[in-house]
Design a protein around this ligand. Sequence first.
Ligand code: HEC
Length: 100
Amino acid sequence: MFKYILLFGTVFFLLGCSDKPAEVIYKSDCMQCHGKMGLTSALGQSIAIGSMSEKEIKLALHGYQDGTYGGPKKSIMQKHASPLSDSEIEDLSKYISNLY
Ligand code: HEC
């Protein structure tokens, strides 16, 4: 019994405290606008992020966070980029650039 409590405790600890895997973040928070392969123009505005390089995506996400990047609909992306940690951005950029 104790073993299970320990196990579940560890799992919830990890879920709550550590970075979420890029795939989980993308599917729950990005895919509805950017599409399964990152090729949808989100809200008719964004470029196809699946065709961006890892470096470009990283630059864009950090830029949305600090207000140095974006077009007419950047406030939408600022909301989605702001909760991401640096390492989540790192992983997400890699993940998105390899989507297709
Ligand atoms: C509600 C819809 C929506 C969601 C959800 C969303 N985005 Fe976006 N995204 C947009 C729009 C609209 C733009 C273009 C904004 C602008 O004018 O700069 C954009 C732009 C981007 C860009 C830059 C592309 C460009 O056109 O310069 C990247 C990279 C990006 N999003 C990644 C993400 C990631 C990663 C997530 C999930 C954490 C996410 N987006 C969630 C709508 C969304």
